[in-house]
Every structure is written in structure tokens, then in C-alpha cells.
Write a protein that binds this ligand. Structure first.
Ligand SMILES: Nc1ncnc2c1ncn2[C@@H]1O[C@H](COP(=O)(O)OP(=O)(O)OP(=O)(O)O)[C@@H](O)[C@H]1O
Ligand SMILES: [Mg+2]
Length: 230
């Protein structure tokens, strides 16, 4: 077995809003290995997005440890966390957050420009990725000139540009109709398999969850069930 790429030990997350205390994660333990593709399901409010945010260093746990590639990332400074994310984690959210004034290919190369890589090399890589998500004919279109499914495919290409070891997807097809959703899912699963990225994918769609080799079910801030051979 390969080294664990993600390790969570007894991770808690609480939020304090006014005088209300929300215990969103309640002692989550999770170990994932390279190339593992895991679907996360569970009722609304069960802590799925919070789990993804904590793993992706978008948020810090209140207690417990999150280690990625053997490095404890539970308490990085904002600056260290953003450098770490740029190199290590690709995100695909329900809202694609593409930059409206930039073309598809420029949106895709953005993480590389932030990392200080050369534009020419990046454009070549972005071109190949956009071909891989079937958008070779839409390189210069801006987000508003693309369909929802196409926008989400641009977001997938952008997430994979830096060849991150980890891909975190939160309801990536949640805003799409069935047909477009299925197309995006197909591309996402196929590309993830091919690049051997380690993937956590939050979804309300049990059919999609079953297409991944592993599943976890969350309830009330914890993982309560596992699918696949862990
Ligand atoms: N920033 C926040 N501040 C306060 N409470 C929060 C915050 N983020 C999430 N919560 C609360 O934490 C709990 C878990 O939320 P989370 O977003 O992780 O659920 P989820 O499983 O992703 O739900 P959904 O399927 O609806 O997206 C919820 O009760 C939510 O209200
Ligand atoms: Mg959520």
C-alpha cells in the first residue's frame, strides 16, 4: 500500500455565531491513499463541506490534526496555506468562480501565473487540459459565453493545471441539469482516474457516489459508514 496522502485524526470544528454554537465536525478520523477516489454523501448540514474545507486548508480545525502528504496543515498561516493550496489542492465547487473578464484558457492558466510559471508553457498545458474536457473549440470564450456544463469543465481543467496530488469537489454538478451533469461527471471521473489524483467528491447523487470506488457517509459531523474495500 502506498503512503497515506490525507490523514485526519480526531478532527473537530465548531462555529460560534452570536450565542449559537455549532459543532460541525465531531472527531473525524480518515486516512486516504494516493489515487483513492472517495464520494462523500450525507444529509444537508452533516458536515460534508466543512470536512472538505478543513482538508483543503480553506478553514482550520478547532482541534485534531489534518496532515497532507505527511505535513501537518492544521494551523498554517493564511499565506502558507494559500501557497500550499496552489501547489497541492485542486478545487471544483458548485459555483465555478471563474473570472468573468478572462477567457476559458486564461482562467485555466491562472493558478500557474500565481505560482510564477511561464505563460507559454502554461498555455500549452491548459490547451491540452481543455482538449481533455472537450473544450478545445472554446479556448477564447469568456464564462458568460459558455454553458453551465462547459463552465464547470473549465473549472475542472483549472483545478488540474498544477497537477495537484489532491482534488476536492463539492457538488460539482449541483447546478447542472441531468444531461450536462452526467457529462461533467463522466469527464471528471475519467480524468481523475487517468491522472491518478486523489479525490474527495461531495455529492447528493447516490448514482454518482457509486461510480467511485470508495464512499463515506456523514451524519451529524462524523463518518458513520464506509463503502468500498477500505
Ligand atoms: N461558516 C459557518 N459558520 C457557522 N456555521 C456553519 C458555517 N459553515 C457551516 N456551518 C454549520 O455547520 C454545519 C455543517 O455545515 P456543512 O456546510 O458542512 O454541511 P453540508 O453537509 O455540506 O450540507 P449541504 O449538503 O447542505 O451542503 C451546518 O449546521 C452549518 O449550518
Ligand atoms: Mg455543503
Amino acid at each position: 500500500m502506498s503512503e497515506p496522502i490525507i490523514q485526519l485524526k480526531n478532527v473537530h470544528k465548531t462555529f460560534q455565531i452570536a450565542n449559537q454554537h455549532v459543532h460541525a465536525l465531531r472527531g473525524v478520523d480518515l486516512t486516504m491513499r494516493k489515487g483513492q477516489m472517495v464520494a462523500v454523501t450525507g444529509r444537508s448540514g452533516s458536515g460534508k463541506s466543512t470536512l472538505l474545507h478543513v482538508i483543503g486548508t480553506l478553514d482550520t480545525p478547532s482541534s485534531g490534526v489534518v496532515a497532507l502528504n505527511g505535513r501537518d496543515v492544521s494551523n498554517l498561516t493564511d499565506k502558507d496555506a494559500s501557497t500550499f493550496r496552489n501547489r497541492t489542492v485542486g478545487f471544483v465547487f458548485q459555483m465555478n468562480n471563474l473570472l468573468p473578464e478572462f477567457s476559458a484558457i486564461e482562467n485555466v492558466i491562472m493558478p500557474g501565473l500565481i505560482a510564477g510559471l511561464s505563460r507559454d508553457a502554461l498555455r500549452e498545458r491548459a490547451n491540452a487540459l481543455l482538449q481533455a474536457v472537450d473544450l478545445g473549440h472554446r479556448l477564447e470564450h469568456r464564462p458568460a459565453e459558455l454553458s453551465g456544463g462547459e463552465q464547470q469543465r473549465v473549472a475542472i481543467a483549472r483545478a488540474l493545471l498544477m497537477e495537484p496530488p489532491l482534488l476536492l469537489c463539492d457538488e460539482p454538478t449541483g447546478n447542472l441539469d441531468k444531461k450536462n451533469g452526467e457529462r461533467v461527471e463522466e469527464i471528471l471521473v475519467e480524468l481523475s482516474r487517468r491522472t491518478q489524483v486523489t479525490m474527495l467528491l461531495v455529492t447528493h447523487d447516490n448514482e454518482l457516489a457509486k461510480r467511485l470506488p470508495y464512499q463515506v457517509v456523514m451524519e451529524d459531523g462524523n463518518i458513520v459508514d464506509y463503502g468500498g474495500s477500505w
